[in-house]
Design a protein around this ligand. Structure first.
Ligand code: PLP
Ligand code: COI
Length: 341
């Protein structure tokens, strides 16, 4: 019998969407707050067995990460800045009182999952292998306090564009009634509990023809925070603006990479509070994330206003080409961001 990687491509690479497909193998490790982690193992993809009283099911004690493995034009497989996902997961673990996963263990798990599912990495330019590390309180808890036992699981799924149409500009609506995160809450970490409350406003906006919601800050309902599960950027007179990290916004790895890239391209970047009225008056807008990559924003609806940015802006396009070129291996990675698996 050949290794999984010897078998021919398991899917129709031309019609990939951002949706779940079961792949071959996953990583599982068990840990406790007191003793840390046992050595993780690779097993066939399978359901997990959990007590109905598991802390994650009852109290949402859990977090996830999202990262991608890609094929380069010469068929190597690379990861993009995995150490930043490891660090963000460690910050989230602290916030949710879970045992931190050492960076070397996190990256080793991601590498093993990528390698053992390598036949699911789409060909260069056709999509990516989306890797999902999850960490959660697995043992039973009735009182609201941290679980004693934890699981760290990593699985992977081949994906296409997060928003339909890839680089076609999306239309967004500013939520007037809901906020994603409040000061002092958990908005700055990838806590699983941050996501379900967004499903209702997002679903409603989608049913009315928008691609996603823009959230404003929960205190003044004035400053842009995020676009669903992606960070927000806008461009005015050649300057790139993005909301500063205040603890309510997720510190995106794509966000950081765009800031660093733009600066190295000689573009001024300002991380500051971004008033929605300023954003609506900008020349270009886009959102960015691992799933969303860089998605140009075509229009934003805010109350009675509907602003059209008109096509994909030149700075958005330049950043997209530079970032995806480095990620996919068609441009030289002078920053050492990509790591071969
Ligand atoms: N904001 C939220 C709420 C997210 O869930 C994500 C996705 O991870 C992002 C922003 C973008 O972060 P990253 O670029 O690290 O994927
Ligand atoms: C990501 O971009 O990796 C995300 O986690 C966004 C979303 C799919 C939840």
């Amino acid at each position: 019998m050949g290794a999984p990687g010897d078998v021919k491509a398991p899917t129709d690479w031309d019609s990939l969407t951002f949706s779940f497909t079961e792949t071959d193998r996953m990583y599982v490790a068990n840990g406790t707050l007191e003793d840390g982690w046992s050595e993780g193992i690779m097993i066939d993809f399978q359901p997990l067995s959990l007590s109905p009283a598991a802390c994650v099911l009852n109290y949402g004690q859990g977090l996830f990460e999202g990262m991608k493995a890609r094929k380069t034009p010469d068929d190597r497989i690379t990861l993009f800045r995995p150490e930043l996902n490891a660090r963000r997961a460690a910050d989230g673990a602290k916030r949710l009182v879970m045992p931190e996963i050492p960076e070397s263990m996190f990256i080793d798990a991601v590498r093993q999952v990528t390698h053992e599912n390598r036949r699911w990495v789409p060909p260069h330019g056709k999509g990516e292998l989306y890797i999902r590390p999850i960490l959660f309180g697995s043992s039973a808890r009735l009182g609201v306090s941290p679980a004693e036992e934890y699981m760290f699981v990593v699985f992977a799924v081949p994906v296409g564009p997060y928003f339909k149409g890839g680089m076609s500009p999306i239309s967004l609506r500013v939520s007037q009634t809901h906020h994603r995160a409040a000061p002092g809450g958990s908005g700055g970490v990838k806590a699983i509990g941050n996501y379900a409350p967004g499903m209702m406003p997002s679903r409603k906006a989608k049913s009315e023809g928008y691609s996603e919601i823009i959230y404003l800050d929960a205190v003044e309902h004035r400053f842009v925070e995020e676009v669903g599960a992606a960070n927000f950027f806008c461009v005015k007179d050649g300057v790139v603006y993005t909301p500063e990290l205040t603890g309510t916004i997720l510190p995106g790895i794509t966000r950081l990479s765009i800031i660093e890239l733009a600066k190295s391209m000689g573009i001024t970047v300002r991380e500051q509070k971004v008033d929605i009225n300023f954003a609506l008056d900008c020349d270009e807008a886009f959102c960015a994330g691992t799933a969303a990559v860089i998605s140009p924003i075509g229009s934003i609806q805010h109350g009675d206003l509907e602003v059209d940015y008109g096509g994909v802006g030149s700075i958005t396009l330049a950043l997209f080409e530079r970032l995806t070129g480095i990620m996919g291996g068609s441009l030289e990675d002078t920053k050492g961001w990509t790591h071969e698996v």
